[in-house]
Write a protein of this length. Structure first.
Length: 362
């Protein structure tokens, strides 16, 4: 019964999270807001007339969709005072009063690392996100992100491929999947982790909801790793929120010729920790690891080409170069160059740009 009042109060028009908490300071519980007299609610000075009219009606039908949704298997609604509400999230300035969860509630209280970045990353960025997520999840960190296209999705996939838990914080009601193409991914996450939202059932993808969603991503986590980001992006908002919340911020550097390196490089200038491998993150967070780091801290590259002298590597630079130019500079055959480029690309040493150009990624 108490949950109904939490949900109804949050549905009140012109009543945001801050006003919700101001109301709790005065009335102590959401139920008391509704049980108070009309005069008392008006005299407190918190509510607009349209809000007062809504509170007077006490219409349970406004939250029936939420209550019906919570009847389904693995669907849960937690209030701030419920056991199971994650302690990390409680410490931020404006924790969501209610969380909708599909999946494993317990994983929300596990040590988490947020991995975020561009929706349109380079192939190297996607590979970094996926492989960092895979390696970090194996040492006991739950990977948390926003299920957006690009870096977010790659991070979730990395954790899932490792057979570990991952959490997706959504900017919609949990009856909606956004983007729609991630329906299968969302199902995997809900069975191997959790989908989380503060938005009621039926909430559509509205632009203003996603910055609000970002504070939960960083708030649940011990730190936030930025893989690739432009200066003006939602990723940079998440990084700022993490810093404001007193959480660690990490960033992976890349070529100065990569436009998506600008956000990471700016964060590093501002004090974010430059990350080259998972040890950089684990040491900063002082984690008590489930698995020894030595078992998981191999370079993030899929193949070790650093120990094999490469004539081709000496020819490449951070400016794009065609295969024809490589043939001329290296005196290697096109077949050998193609084979080496494949290995180097898998190892995240080079990135393909344009039709047939390649440049160094690190």
């Amino acid at each position: 019964m108490d949950l109904i009042y939490w949900l109804m109060l949050l549905k009140a028009p012109h009543l945001g999270v801050r006003t919700f908490y101001k109301a709790l300071k005065i009335f102590e519980t959401p139920e008391q807001v509704f049980l108070a007299s009309k005069a008392t609610r008006k005299e407190c000075g918190l509510f607009r007339q349209v809000t007062l009219d809504y509170l007077e009606q006490q219409d349970v039908s406004t939250v029936q969709a939420d209550l019906d949704w919570a009847e389904a298997e693995d669907c849960h609604i937690l209030t701030l005072v419920d056991e199971g509400y994650p302690q990390q999230l409680k410490t931020i300035a404006d924790p969501p009063p209610v969380l909708y969860i599909r999946g494993d509630i317990a994983c929300l209280s596990e040590p988490q690392l947020a991995i975020v970045g561009s929706r349109n990353p380079t192939p190297a960025g996607k590979q970094n996100a996926q492989q960092f997520a895979k390696a970090l999840s194996k040492v006991g960190l739950v990977i948390t992100s926003g299920m957006a296209s690009g870096i977010d999705a790659s991070a979730h996939i990395g954790a899932l491929e490792a057979g570990q838990l991952t959490i997706a914080v959504c900017g919609t009601g949990l009856d909606r999947i956004y983007p729609a193409k991630h329906k299968s991914l969302a199902h995997q996450i809900s069975t191997q982790g959790a989908l989380v939202s503060e938005f009621s059932i039926g909430t559509s993808p509205i632009a203003n909801n996603f910055p609000r969603r970002n504070r939960i991503i960083s708030g649940l986590s011990l730190g936030t790793l930025v893989v690739e980001a432009s200066i003006k992006s939602g990723t940079m908002i998440t990084a700022k929120l993490a810093a404001d919340q007193g959480k660690e911020v990490f960033a992976i550097p890349s070529s100065i010729h990569n436009p998506l390196s600008q956000g990471c490089h700016q964060l590093i200038k501002q004090g974010a920790k430059l990350v080259e491998n998972i040890e950089d993150i684990v040491e900063e967070l002082s984690l008590d690891l489930e698995v020894p780091l030595s078992d998981n801290n191999a370079p993030i590259y899929t193949k070790d080409v650093d120990n094999t002298p490469s004539v081709l590597l000496k020819c490449l630079s951070y400016e794009a170069m065609s295969i024809d130019e490589m043939v001329e500079k290296s005196e290697l055959s096109p077949q050998v160059i193609t084979q080496e480029l494949l290995l180097l690309e898998l190892a995240n040493r080079v990135t393909k740009v344009g039709g047939s150009g390649y440049l160094l990624t690190k």
